[in-house]
Design a protein around this ligand. Structure first.
Ligand SMILES: [Zn+2]
Length: 93
């Protein structure tokens, strides 16, 4: 990788996160990764599950956010089922 494309990648990441390239470099040096879910810098090793399917080799969001999202999906699903049952009830009435 050339220096130019490396800094372009850094800039793109910094823009996505909304921090400066210097800040990003500091966090990288401390092995911290940005979680877009809770909008925090967290330890890459402790707070992120690995995901080898991704270029970064870890999940985009921290473990907390991933499990919260999974719980939310279940809730949405249950809410949707309840709504559908209500709609059916109204149509029948
Ligand atoms: Zn998070």
């Amino acid at each position: 990788m050339t220096r130019r494309s490396e800094s372009a990648t850094l800039r793109a990441r910094a823009t996505r996160i909304g921090c400066s390239v210097d800040e990003l470099r500091e966090h990288d040096a401390r092995l911290e990764a940005w979680c877009p879910g809770c909008r925090r810098w967290l330890s890459e090793v402790d707070s992120f599950a690995s995901n080898m399917a991704r270029p970064s080799g870890r999940q985009a969001e921290c473990r907390d956010c991933v499990s919260r999202r999974n719980r939310m999906r279940v809730r949405d699903y249950e809410a949707e089922r309840a709504n559908a049952a209500r709609r059916r009830g109204k149509e029948a009435a």
